[in-house]
Design a binder for this molecule. Structure first.
Ligand code: AMP
Ligand code: GLY
Length: 423
């Protein structure tokens, strides 16, 4: 099987590495990729926002399966274009990707499917903002204000400051989007991914993401600064419970609407004092959670994705997981997330990659004319390690992180710390 992966982050690098371990996959190409991916497989230039260009590239390369990493091409209809060209695609149609592309739509389907989530109000007019904020005002809990549409991780503001909440709501409306106000959900977050062919749901292993920029959950929300799996503190039945109460009902509701969801459904969950609530859905693998989830996958990823893309998941063998723990730490460029500085050369990658149990997954990197590797984006590297325990995986990951030199870069020191301490 020959596979084309679309995207350029550490998530796509993790998918490439997992496919490299699958003996049924005979060819892997990635477009556009990054410096690290180019060290592993053939990379090809591509504008990922151009859905026709993606389909044309898949045809030209003669691949059997296309895997779409990021949300923007999915929401724009890349999977539809690829399927129209007669090629199997792991990724939802534009209609189904609305579960990520519109928070208001996701709320509508959750209501239909009886899936537990935060109470919410959708505002389409500035006059509605104050009333909606009043509805969710509770002493001691912040306001939650969300851009309805895709915002590259910057759409959600959680704040105690009413003026900041109002300003974000107005900015969302001014940007042409509706705005969603929600009740605040307390409790730890869990990310659970499921692979689905539109009917059958195969959950993967749960992970936890660290969304804030700095230690102790300080600083602004980011795309994700680190992750770990498994979750020693989570109830033993969390995967079965979320599959039965969240993932399967959503997949059933999408099928009943005539817009089946094929690919990866990402449930972002809060384990609140009142039970599990959905925080968000994404229509693709999460980044950086994918780095730790796939580090623990022992069976082939290619066959699983192809079975989902072609509607044969029911008869496909279940994934096999290692009992190892995995931790990933994101090294971000100076100024990330507000205004990342690019162009700085990265040193120490070879030594870091040679450390025990470590995989250096690249995100925003590119090869310069002199052969050196430089930062080209906000999240630069995802240093991933496996170990017998979270404690060991953490030690290994941070040993490798400390070998990497990127001027001005920052990373969190507390990824998986609380969970490893409890272990
Ligand atoms: P989202 O893009 O919807 O995942 O939101 C990004 C982050 O904002 C989530 O991972 C949470 O940490 C936080 N968040 C979103 N919605 C809520 C909510 N209703 N209550 C508390 N935190 C939230
Ligand atoms: N890690 C959060 C996301 O992928 O959206």
């Amino acid at each position: 099987m020959k596979v084309l992966i679309v995207g350029s982050g550490a998530r796509e690098h993790a998918i490439v590495r997992a496919l490299m371990r699958d003996e049924n996959v005979t060819g892997i190409e990635c477009a556009p990729g990054n410096a690290g991916i180019a060290g592993d497989v053939t990379t090809l230039p591509l504008d990922v926002t151009d859905t026709q260009a993606i389909a044309a590239l898949a045809l030209e390369r003669g691949v059997d399966l296309v895997v779409i990493g990021p949300e923007a091409p999915l929401v724009a209809g890349a999977a539809d274009a690829i399927r129209a060209a007669g090629i199997a695609c792991f990724g939802p149609s534009a209609q189904a990707a609305r579960l990520e592309g519109s928070k208001a739509f996701a709320k509508e389907v959750m209501a239909e499917a009886g899936v537990p989530t935060a109470m919410a109000l959708v505002c389409t007019d500035g006059d509605q903002i104050d009333g909606a904020l009043d509805t969710f005002t509770r002493p001691g809990t912040p306001y939650v204000v969300k851009d309805d549409g895709l915002a590259g991780g910057k759409g959600v503001v959680v704040t105690d400051d009413r003026a900041v909440a109002v300003a974000h709501a107005r900015a969302c409306l001014a940007g042409g989007s509706a705005v969603v106000m929600e009740e605040f959900l307390d409790g730890p977050e869990v990310s659970l991914f499921a692979i689905t062919d539109g009917t059958c749901v195969v959950p993967l292993q749960p992970a936890q993401d660290f969304k804030r920029a700095h230690d102790d959950d300080a600083g602004p929300n980011t795309g994700g600064m680190g992750a770990y799996s498994p979750l020693p503190w989570a109830p033993a039945d969390v995967v079965d419970d979320v599959t039965a109460r969240v993932l399967q009902p959503m997949i059933d509701a999408m099928a009943a609407r005539g817009t089946p969801f094929v690919g990866l459904l990402y449930a972002g969950l809060a384990m609140t004092s009142r039970g599990i609530r959905v925080v968000e859905f994404n229509a693709r693998f999460g980044d950086p959670e994918t780095q730790v989830v796939l580090a623990r996958l022992q069976s082939g990823l290619g066959g699983l994705m192809m079975a989902a893309a072609t509607g044969h998941l029911e008869t496909h063998p279940a994934p096999v997981w290692s009992s190892d723990a995995a931790v990933t730490v994101v090294i971000a460029a100076q100024g990330y997330p507000e205004s990342p500085r690019t162009g700085d050369v990265i040193a120490g990658l070879g030594d870091a990659a040679a450390s025990a149990g470590v995989d250096i997954l690249h995100a925003g990197t590119r090869v310069q004319d002199d052969g050196s590797i430089a930062a080209s984006g906000g999240r630069v590297l995802s240093v991933t390690a496996v170990g017998d325990t979270l404690h060991q995986a953490r030690e290994r990951a941070y040993t490798a992180v400390d070998l990497i030199i990127l001027e001005g870069s920052h990373h969190r020191r507390d990824i998986a710390l609380a969970a490893a301490t409890q272990e």
